[in-house]
Design a binder for this molecule. Structure first.
Ligand SMILES: *[C@@H]1O[C@H](CO)[C@@H](O)[C@H](O)[C@H]1NC(C)=O
Ligand SMILES: *[C@@H]1O[C@H](CO)[C@@H](O)[C@H](O)[C@H]1NC(C)=O
Ligand SMILES: *[C@@H]1O[C@H](CO)[C@@H](O)[C@H](O)[C@H]1NC(C)=O
Ligand SMILES: *[C@@H]1O[C@H](CO)[C@@H](O)[C@H](O)[C@H]1NC(C)=O
Length: 850
């Protein structure tokens, strides 16, 4: 035993070493995994982009990811949100990167910082500032000096900012990986001689930043050592890094897909995501990142395009509003737990592949300390299969993987969802809470409005023969550019004898246009999907004498990816009038007068401070179906804590603001009823974005998220700019809420058929049904409960032939007025009389949370 005095010293040293080790985390890698403080790590990672939500949501999102079994949060860095003009930076509000990283650190999680600075990400211009396109001599993403100079200075700025706050793991912070460039390998050759040198320069520039943690480059097949090349795809189990010294990392596992205005809604089934993840780890993967885990919202004009919706929900495990998407979130949580149980065997064991059938295989991992973990895969897209593995038989569902952390018992099967599901509803609420209306004596319609001038307001910006490029002219300071001209038309000489109207023919590089002839909106058109260019013809009414034509050209999110994407232009290329007696008039080479943007935008009238700069009109009856109209009203937030959306079903197209904060572009554009939609999605077989569309013939986006933190307790100003005409009296709020949760669990886990040699199988433990309402809410009613052979799914359960009469009673006793509950699926729970012997019974429950 040491004398007292000395132990005082060693205590001091202990404290010192504790802090020293807290000060830095050693992150390296070998062929198998990242090595953190000497240990190989199996990591689950989640993409949450900080500017796609608000700071008030960040801690909750990060916590929900952690609860879902996530270790790492990933985000891109959004250059054009930060470097507003050359050398002028912004890191406030949603762009407070340091605050976001510190929230991750404080949650004791790791971070992957994908700096880019080109990011694609369905984000405006791929994240690169538009001003950089106009720095002379600049070509993006190639061996171009001005581009490289700005990339290096922004990357350095971000790295220095992180270093100053000690946020790299090498400094004790959470950042364990950083990315430079993004998916460049896929298009490197298109850049010809500039491609490879640029990619190599990027890697070298990154390495010279000395961040003390590894760099990655995704989809970069020639990433030079020590940069790790990583995989982005729906499936990455077949991926191999470009060196045997590098671990297998999946930077983008897409659990859904983004939407464009006018598309059906894309969804990916949880069974297939789980299958892809299990196959990845079965085949040597060590880090899986969901892109996105929370997609969030493309607020303001940040969405890329053209036509990416304001919602970036992505069918992610956390929905746009931050609520758990069930059963997806829970199924992946169960998957993560099962894979983590295998961690040591996977990362330190030897792998052996065992063939179990023509399309069935097992990978068995055994380590030196006696752990054994096995993944049993059935690659068959149609048929299930019973296989024998180590003298035990197992039932494998089609297109599924069973995970056996001890090589004997099935902990998890990717195609068998046992976690709870939910029904989420948008509950309508008026813009002014009824009590509030009474209190303040407000009319039900209390919209003020201001109508934009059609065509050039104030003075023209530009006069030119022929057409200018839209983006070159606006420099993306606004979506809008007026193209105006006039011409003379002689009715008697011009009109055809058979009485048919003149036909306007317009061609445009994109993205959308409203055509006003003599101050009247006559036709609107736009591109579709990935194609932004469009042409159309439409009969128009002309008058005798001078006719004024004003075309409001619009961008709907700039290109965000593809070789030389920054050169893809927009705007009109041809305007003709045909079906005239003298043939046709080509207005393309007329003198065109241009005006950039709208008066209301220019004067910032959506902000409370500047609203008074125009004269708003107040009327009892708000004008409907009127183009180019600004609407303003005072709104009251729905009570409670549910997330809030704006219901724009009855509006045309435009933008919206609350208290000066830009909600985003709205456009309830409908998808075609001819799109491929299916009420159920077959999870089996390879997924592709259009495999499982829903909502055909419906608006792609009807609801627009307004973060609660943007509201004040009262006196909130909602401003709408409507381009084509809508009915603002029908605008409502909606509260988003999980109104029901459901669970359905079978009595016996039918995947583990037991030992063929001796019946010494472990007693099955998966016979509890768990239900949990979100934090702060309680199970308020039992909507359905049946122990027996119930059919259907959440929201549509029905009793089967076998049904225990006391099912509802049992669930009530166990669950009512509780936040969460567990019910054991034994016959004892449901009464002693055995009513359907020999049947594997199931308990299905739907409850209301409030
Ligand atoms: C970091 O870890 C690696 C691999 O485990 C090891 O070789 C290296 O010495 C460690 N570095 C420090 C500073 O501890
Ligand atoms: C399977 O059974 C055979 C024959 O009884 C036996 O030799 C073998 O050890 C068993 N294997 C396992 C993994 O239990
Ligand atoms: C009128 O004549 C034009 C030119 O021949 C033709 O394209 C159009 O279809 C005709 N319209 C009617 C209503 O017959
Ligand atoms: C935009 O302007 C640049 C010159 O600044 C020119 O090189 C480019 O071709 C223009 N783009 C389009 C689409 O017209």
């Amino acid at each position: 035993m040491m004398p007292l005095q000395q132990s005082g010293y060693s205590f001091f040293f202990l404290i010192f070493f504790f802090f020293a080790s807290a000060l830095c985390t050693n992150v390296t890698y070998d062929h198998r995994a990242l090595i953190i403080n000497g240990q190989r790590k199996l990591l689950m990672s989640a993409s949450i982009h900080y500017p796609r939500s608000v700071p008030a949501m960040w801690p909750g999102l990060v916590a929900a990811a952690k609860e879902g079994g996530i270790d790492v949060i990933e985000s891109y860095v959004f250059w054009n949100g930060h470097e507003i003009s050359p050398g002028k930076y912004y890191f406030g509000g949603r762009f407070d990167l340091v605050k976001f990283v510190k929230i991750i650190r404080d949650a004791r999680m790791y971070m992957m910082l994908r700096i880019g600075p080109f990011v694609a990400a369905e984000w405006n211009f791929g994240g690169v500032p538009v001003w950089l396109h106009y720095v002379p001599g600049t070509v993006f993403r190639t061996d171009s000096e001005p581009f490289k100079t700005h990339v290096q200075s922004f990357t350095t700025y971000i790295v220095e900012m992180m270093k100053k706050e000690r946020l790299f793991a090498s400094q004790g912070g959470p950042i364990i990986l950083a990315q430079v460039e993004n998916e460049y390998g896929d298009i490197e050759s298109v850049y010809g001689k500039g491609g490879k040198p640029y990619a190599m320069w990027s890697a070298k520039m990154a390495l010279s930043q000395n961040i003390g943690v590894p760099w990655i480059m995704c989809q970069q097949y020639d990433a030079p050592d020590p940069v790790i090349n990583t995989c982005n795809s729906f499936y990455c189990d077949q991926f191999q890094p470009n060196s045997v010294k590098k671990p297998k990392i999946w930077t983008e596992n897409w659990p859904g897909w983004f939407n464009t205005f006018g598309s059906a809604i894309r969804q990916r089934p949880p069974e297939d995501i789980a299958y892809a993840v299990a196959r990845f780890f079965q085949n040597g993967g060590s880090l899986n990142n969901y892109y996105m885990y929370h997609g969030g919202t493309n607020f303001d004009r940040t969405s890329g395009g053209p036509f990416i919706t304001t919602s970036y929900d992505y069918d992610a495990p956390l929905d746009e509003y931050g609520l758990l998407r069930l059963p997806k979130w829970g199924h992946l949580k169960d998957l993560h737990k099962a894979i983590k149980l295998c961690e040591h065997a996977l990362l330190y064991g030897e792998a052996a592949l065992v063939t179990l059938g023509p399309l069935q295989e097992a990978t068995v991992y055994t380590d030196l300390i006696g752990n054994c973990a096995a993944f049993l895969a059935n690659l068959d897209e149609e048929m299930d299969k019973t296989v024998v593995f180590q003298n035990k038989s197992y039932h494998l569902l089609p297109w599924s993987v069973s995970i056996l952390p001890d090589c004997r018992n099935v902990e998890f099967n990717t195609a068998m969802i046992t976690s709870q599901s939910s029904i989420v509803e948008m509950i309508p609420e008026s813009l002014q809470a009824s009590s509030f209306v009474q209190e303040k004596g407000l009319k039900t319609s209390n919209w003020d409005f201001f109508v934009e001038k059609i065509g050039v307001w104030h003075t023209a910006d530009l006069k030119k023969t022929g057409f200018v490029d839209h983006i070159n002219t606006t420099k993306d300071t606004t979506d809008y550019l007026w193209y105006t001209t006039s011409f003379h038309f002689h009715r008697d000489q011009g009109l055809l004898r058979n009485g048919s109207l003149p036909v306007l023919k317009v061609e445009s590089k994109g993205h959308a246009v409203h055509v006003f002839v003599n101050k009247k909106l006559q036709v609107s058109s736009s591109g579709n999907g990935a194609g932004s260019s469009f042409k159309f013809e439409s009969p128009i009414t002309l008058k005798h004498g001078k006719n004024k034509i004003a075309l409001l050209s619009m961008t709907v999110g700039l290109q965000n990816a593809g070789p030389f994407y920054e050169w893809v232009g927009a705007g009109l290329t041809s305007v003709k009038i045909s079906h005239l007696k003298g043939g046709s008039i080509d207005l393309s080479s007329n003198t065109w007068v241009y005006k950039i943007g709208l008066e209301g935008e220019y004067k910032n009238i959506y902000s409370e401070e500047h609203a008074k700069k125009v004269k708003w009109i107040s009327m009892d009856e708000v004008p409907k179906n009127q183009p180019l109209t600004w609407y303003k009203t005072t709104v009251h937030p729905p009570s409670g804590q549910d997330p809030i959306a704006l219901d724009m079903e009855f509006m045309g197209k435009g933008r919206a603001w609350l208290n000066g904060e830009a909600i985003g572009r709205y456009w309830p554009r409908k998808s075609s009823i001819h799109d491929k939609c299916s009420s159920t999605c077959n999870y089996r077989g390879k997924f592709f974005p259009d495999k499982c569309g829903t909502g055909c013939g419906q608006p792609t986006q009807r609801w627009y998220h307004i973060p609660r933190s943007w509201f004040r307790p009262s006196g909130n100003t909602l401003v709408i700019f409507e381009e084509k005409g809508g009915d603002p009296s029908k605008i409502k709020f909606a509260r988003r809420r999980a109104t029901s949760i459901c669970g359905s669990v079978a009595e016996a886990y039918p995947l583990d058929l037991g030992s063929m040699v001796n019946a010494n199988g472990k007693k099955d433990t998966k016979t509890n049904l768990y239900l949990a309402c979100s934090h702060g809410s309680f199970i308020s009613a039992i909507k359905f409960a049946s122990f027996g052979t119930p059919a259907g799914s959440c929201g549509s359960y029905s009793q089967g032939i076998c049904h225990y009469a006391n099912s509802v009673h049992v669930v009530k006793e166990a669950c009512l007025n509780k936040n969460n509950c567990a019910i054991s699926l034994s016959e004892k729970t449901f009464g002693n009389n055995i009513i359907c012997p020999g049947t594997i019974k199931k308990l299905s429950v739907e409850v209301a949370c409030s």
